[in-house]
Unconditional design. Structure first.
Length: 385
C-alpha cells in the first residue's frame, strides 16, 4: 500500500528507496575497505544517513524529499573528493548514485534545473575556482627561486605591455586569423561536397574527416615534421624531379606553423559547416536559378547567408585553439616562431615566473572571450534574421 502511494506522488517513486539502500550499502562497503580513519567515519555516517532516509522515506514525511536532495548534493561533493583521495572508481560510483538519487527525488517540473547542477558544480570547482587562483597569482611577485611572494603588484600586467610581448600577441592573432581563413577556404567546398553527396556516401565521408581524431595530436605533428624536413618526401620529390637543386627550408618557419595548425584544426571547420549545409533546403537555390541568378549570385544571396551560423561556429572553433597553440609552434616553428602559448609555457615550466605567466594567461583568456562574444552577437543576430 505504501509503495502504491509513493508511486502516485509527484516526483517520488520506489526508485528513491532503492537508490538509498544501494548508496548506503556502498558507503558501508567503502568504509570497511578504507584504512584512513577520517574517510571511514565519513562513509560510515553516510551509510547510516542513507539507512535513516530509506526508512523514513516510506512514511512520506513532508521534509524527507528536501533531505534526500541535500543528501544527493552531499554525495556529489564527497564523490568528487573521493576521486582524488581514495580512487576514481568509488568516487565515480558515489557521484553517479548521487545524481540518480537527485533526479529520482526531485519533482518532475523542476527536473531540468537539477540536470544542470552537476555540470555547473564541476565548472565552478575546476574552472571558475582555478581561474580565480590564476587571477590572484597574476597580481603577486615572483619568489627568488620561483613560485610566488604574497606582495600585490601590477608589474606583471605592465610587463605584458612591453613591445616584445605585444608583438608576440599580435603575431598569435595574425597566425590564428590566417589559419581560420585557410580552414574556411578549404573546409567550405569539402563540406558542400559532403552535403551534396548521395546519402549512402555521407557516413563514409564523415568517418574520413574524423579519422585524424583517432591519432594523438602530438603524433600527427611529429609525422608532419618528417614530411617537411630537409630529407623528407617533399624535398626528395622536388629534387628527384629536378625542380630544385638543394632542399627547401620548409621546417621551422611561420608557414610550417600555419600548415600544422590548418592540418590540426581543419576538421573543426568542416563538421559545423557540414551540419549546416546538410540541413539546407536546396530548393531555395533552384528557385534562385529559376529567377535568373547564376551560380555566384545564388551562392552569395542564398547559400552563404543561410550557412553563416555554421561558418561562425567553425571559425570560432578554429580561431580560439589556434591563438593559444603551443605544441605546433614549438615543434614546427622552433625558435623562429614564438606564439603567446609558447611564452606562457616557458614562464610556467622553465623560468618559473608564475605571476607573469598567469597575467599572460588572463590576457589570452580575455582575447578568447572577446572572440566568443563576437560570435554570440553576430551568430545570434543571423539566426534571428
Amino acid at each position: 500500500m505504501f509503495g502504491v502511494d509513493i508511486q502516485t506522488r509527484k516526483g517520488r517513486s520506489l526508485e528513491v528507496f532503492g537508490l538509498l539502500v544501494i548508496s548506503g550499502l556502498l558507503a558501508f562497503f567503502i568504509a570497511g575497505r578504507t584504512a584512513e580513519m577520517p574517510w571511514r567515519i565519513v562513509m560510515g555516517g553516510m551509510g547510516l544517513l542513507d539507512a535513516a532516509l530509506a526508512a523514513t522515506w516510506i512514511l512520506g514525511l513532508p521534509l524527507i524529499p528536501t533531505l534526500v536532495l541535500v543528501r544527493a548534493a552531499l554525495g556529489l561533493v564527497l564523490g568528487l573528493g573521493m576521486m582524488f583521495a581514495l580512487g576514481l572508481v568509488p568516487g565515480l560510483g558515489l557521484c553517479f548514485l548521487a545524481m540518480a538519487l537527485g533526479i529520482a527525488a526531485i519533482p518532475r517540473a523542476r527536473l531540468p534545473l537539477l540536470l544542470i547542477l552537476p555540470g555547473t558544480f564541476y565548472l565552478l570547482i575546476f574552472f571558475a575556482f582555478a581561474v580565480g587562483i590564476i587571477a590572484v597569482i597574476s597580481f603577486l611577485k615572483r619568489g627568488p627561486y620561483g613560485g610566488i611572494r604574497w606582495l600585490f603588484v601590477l608589474e606583471n600586467y605592465q610587463r605584458a605591455l612591453d613591445p616584445l610581448y605585444v608583438q608576440i600577441i599580435l603575431l598569435s592573432l595574425w597566425i590564428a586569423l590566417v589559419t581560420t581563413v585557410l580552414c574556411l577556404l578549404i573546409g567550405y567546398p569539402v563540406a558542400y561536397a559532403m552535403a551534396r553527396a548521395p546519402a549512402r556516401w555521407r557516413n563514409a565521408l564523415l568517418i574520413l574527416i574524423m579519422i585524424p581524431f583517432w591519432t594523438n595530436f602530438l603524433v600527427r605533428t611529429l609525422a608532419l615534421m618528417f614530411v617537411l624536413r630537409s630529407d623528407g618526401p617533399i624535398n626528395g620529390f622536388l629534387m628527384a624531379a629536378g625542380l630544385i637543386q638543394e632542399p627547401l627550408s620548409l621546417l621551422f618557419t611561420q608557414n610550417a606553423v600555419i600548415l600544422g595548425l590548418v592540418y590540426g584544426e581543419l576538421p573543426f571547420m568542416i563538421l559545423p559547416l557540414y551540419a549546416t549545409l546538410e540541413r539546407l533546403d536546396f530548393s531555395l537555390v533552384e528557385a534562385a536559378y529559376d529567377l535568373g541568378a547564376n551560380e555566384w549570385h545564388a551562392f552569395r544571396r542564398v547559400i552563404w547567408p543561410l550557412t553563416l551560423p555554421g561558418v561562425l561556429a567553425g571559425s570560432t572553433l578554429v580561431f580560439i585553439p589556434s591563438v593559444g597553440a603551443f605544441i605546433t609552434p614549438d615543434l614546427l616553428g622552433g625558435a623562429k616562431t614564438m606564439m603567446i602559448g609558447n611564452v606562457i609555457q616557458y614562464q610556467f615550466l622553465t623560468v618559473r615566473h608564475w605571476p607573469f605567466g598567469s597575467a599572460l594567461s588572463l590576457i589570452l583568456m580575455a582575447m578568447v572571450l572577446a572572440a566568443t562574444m563576437v560570435y554570440l552577437r553576430v551568430g545570434g543576430r543571423e539566426r534571428v534574421l
